[in-house]
Design a protein around this ligand. Structure first.
Ligand code: NAD
Length: 424
């Protein structure tokens, strides 16, 4: 468990510290709304739960779980659930806060929330995984719900886990509440296009950023860190547009091929053996070499804090697309800006997932489901409108896209806060 329980004193370069410094940078652009900014610096509510389960060998194991509702000024909490051995309360706080900014940046009627369990799911049997998921859902059931807080998949969680969460919540309330989670299987109220939505959003924003930079995607060299739901889908879409995926890193290692990796072969192998399983298709290199592989576009799509000052100095990319949440530490952000590297920040770049989650939630309530073309057209439109508005804001104030995204989002959140007023 995290020893650091204070909402206001983060550890240096921690995800929560990164988030707080991102908020500080936007204060000069908030005008009179700046008096409300402290609201954004503390979560509304944070729940820590014990998740005990009986393991297959008969022993009892305890895992620590969290659900943080950062801000609900604009609507119900929304945000994924992460299963990872390094999850801490402080990390979940940051991830929930980034959801608040993200939902406001794309103007979805949500606040921000996030959850997690400190567990390595790769060490659990399927039955143990189901028990952990169900007990956790039951424990956080007192604060989640279709109108209050709607979880979704994140690192190491998927549609099956969402189905167990939906079933557990439904059993506890005595009905079938499909709208309590998004990212569900299709036949349980899931939405077409949800699995690929985050990667597609990275592609849509990246394509527009490349166009504005005058960079041709055909032949552009791309390095991708994290080859899961977000990284692999983004890589496939860029490859379809003619780009070459020259380096890929996941938890098993790093593979490079300056002629472009064959994704049709790499993707299925990576699912079982990790990217190093595709030795035949490229060279396996030390992990640190990933960061100076010659490339035009860098897509960090793994975990927070990966793009450090040193790595920001050595990347040859002209464009960084933040598929992951919080991959760039603030000092690296400054270095990239000084070096003229354009960063499309997480809070807009990876917002495709929550956007299609929103579509799923709307479809669940109306019990009327859209076809995939309609989903993709609407996703494209929402992402492009949001990005164009953010770009105009960045141009107007001569600020980075990150600060501009925060300016747009924080204005919406704090305006809602001001209009609602403080209770009592
Ligand atoms: P995932 O579990 O599907 O994939 C994670 C990938 O990261 C895997 O390839 C894993 O091997 C790799 N990885 C883990 N640790 C690593 C390390 N130390 N070094 C290199 N690679 C490592 O997760 P995902 O859903 O693709 O999420 C990735 C990132 O995108 C996270 O930051 C997540 O919060 C963010 N995100 C996900 C979604 C979504 O819809 N899934 C939406 C928005 C943002």
């Amino acid at each position: 468990m995290s020893e650091k329980l204070s909402f206001v004193s983060p550890t240096a370069n921690s995800p929560w510290g990164t988030y707080l410094s991102q908020v500080d940078r936007v204060v000069p652009y908030l005008g009179p709304l700046a008096r409300w900014v402290e609201t954004l610096k503390r979560p509304k509510r944070a729940l820590i739960v014990d998740v005990p389960i009986e393991m297959d060998d008969g022993t009892i194991a305890h895992f620590e779980g969290y659900r943080v509702q950062h801000n609900m000024s604009r609507g119900p909490g929304k945000g994924g659930v992460r299963f990872h051995p390094d999850v801490t309360l402080e990390e979940v706080m940051a991830l929930s806060a980034w959801m608040t900014i993200k939902t406001a940046a794309v103007n979805l009627p949500y606040g921000g929330a996030k959850g997690g369990i400190r567990v390595d799911p790769k060490k659990l049997s399927l039955q143990e995984l189901e028990k952990v998921t169900r007990r956790y859902t039951s424990e956080i059931g007192i604060i989640i719900g279709p109108h209050t807080d709607i979880p979704a998949p994140d690192v190491n969680t998927n549609a099956q886990i969402m189905a167990w969460m939906m079933d557990t919540y439904s059993m506890n309330v005595g009905g079938t509440a499909t709208g309590v989670v998004t990212g569900k299987p299709l036949h349980l109220g899931g939405s077409l296009g949800r699995v690929k939505a985050t990667g597609r959003g990275v592609f849509v924003t990246g394509r527009e950023a490349a166009r504005r930079l005058g960079m041709d995607l055909r032949g552009a060299r791309i390095a991708v860190q994290g080859f899961g739901n977000v990284g692999s889908v983004a890589a496939e879409l860029f490859a379809e547009a003619g780009a070459k995926i020259v380096a890929v890193q996941d938890h098993t290692g790093t593979i490079v091929n300056s002629n472009g990796l064959d994704l049709a072969k790499l993707v299925p192998i990576s699912r079982t053996d990790g990217v190093v399983g595709f030795k035949a298709g490229g060279d396996i290199v030390p992990n640190e070499d990933f960061w100076d592989t010659p490339c035009d576009i860098l897509i960090p799509a793994a975990l927070e804090g990966q793009l450090t000052a040193e790595r920001a100095q050595k990347t040859t990319a002209k464009l960084v697309l933040e598929g992951a949440n919080g991959p760039t530490v603030p000092i690296a952000d400054d270095i990239l800006a000084e070096r003229g590297v354009l960063v499309v920040p997480d809070v807009i770049c990876n917002a495709g997932g929550v956007t299609v989650s929103y579509f799923e939630w709307v479809q669940d309530f109306s019990s009327f489901f859209w076809d995939e073309d309609e989903i993709n057209v609407r996703l494209d439109r929402i992402m492009m409108n949001a990005l164009n508005h953010i770009w105009d804001t960045a141009d107007k104030h001569k600020i980075t896209l990150r600060t501009a995204t925060y300016a747009v989002a924080c204005e919406r959140i704090l305006m809602a806060r001001q209009e609602r007023g403080l209770y009592p």
